[in-house]
Design a protein around this ligand. Sequence first.
Ligand SMILES: NC(=O)c1ccc[n+]([C@@H]2O[C@H](COP(=O)([O-])OP(=O)(O)OC[C@H]3O[C@@H](n4cnc5c(N)ncnc54)[C@H](OP(=O)(O)O)[C@@H]3O)[C@@H](O)[C@H]2O)c1
Length: 258
Amino acid sequence: MLITGAGGQLGRALVEEFPEARALTRAEWDVALPAPEGLVESELVLHAAAWTDVDGAEDDPQGAAAVNVGGTANAAALGAPLVYYSSDYVFDGEKSEPYVESDGPRPQSAYGRSKLHGEAAAGEGSWIVRSSWLFGPTGNNFVRTMLRLGTERNEVAVVDDQRGSPTYVAHLARATRELLAFPPGVWHVAAAGECTWAEFAEAIFAAAGLACRVRRITTAELGRPAARPAYSVLRSEKKAPELPHWREGLRETLERLD
Ligand SMILES: NC(=O)c1ccc[n+]([C@@H]2O[C@H](COP(=O)([O-])OP(=O)(O)OC[C@H]3O[C@@H](n4cnc5c(N)ncnc54)[C@H](OP(=O)(O)O)[C@@H]3O)[C@@H](O)[C@H]2O)c1
């Protein structure tokens, strides 16, 4: 078993969940390049390597595609069954009820397009695991950013018009193991519960005992380069493994930071 992107936040959680796997960081395999010798014997590839800089992809869509599409094709070329992690950002966000597996994707950003094309590059025999708003105790994520800002400032401005399901990487890693007993295909695997980024920030400050206020702003006020779906809650119509509530993931993340 092989894990790509093993230094990322999901990659690290997969390494903990699958200690038997061979774990390769970016330094050990840049997936935009063909696989190094000796990996063709892999029985399963958990492909967590990805370009995840959503705004940066707008400036360099080809760079994002080289990793998310070309890198996925390189992982698939190993010939082993593949688990490809995809994103809620493949959807346009115009629904007001959860996106299920049969909903048509319509990405609004270069990142979202690269993740959708990556799904095709993974191939039909793969598990396409769409998840959302990943966080955990390591790496770059919203929880860690808020904890830092919450100690530096009295108030932070956070968008309140994007709604999704923040998903704890260890819960996603555990569900990946369960999902391997299900047939390949597209699966929606995200935390139970939903919130806006502002509501998530308030929950983070409350749970961490920080007195920082959240000023609710709009996506337009924040003015980021990449468009993001206004609503991207994912649910499974195929009875995918269910994840705990995002508040449980937040609690576990804060415990691991202490
Ligand atoms: N983060 C989210 O909110 C979110 C939501 C839905 C789906 N996903 C998907 O979930 C998966 C895991 O995301 P994550 O949050 O764990 O991201 P992450 O923390 O940014 O991890 C991605 C890892 O991939 C590595 N990487 C980047 N380019 C690479 C390359 N060319 N070759 C090999 N490794 C490369 C990164 O290394 P460097 O750090 O050195 O660049 C990093 O270790 C991705 O497929 C992502 O699209 C993420």
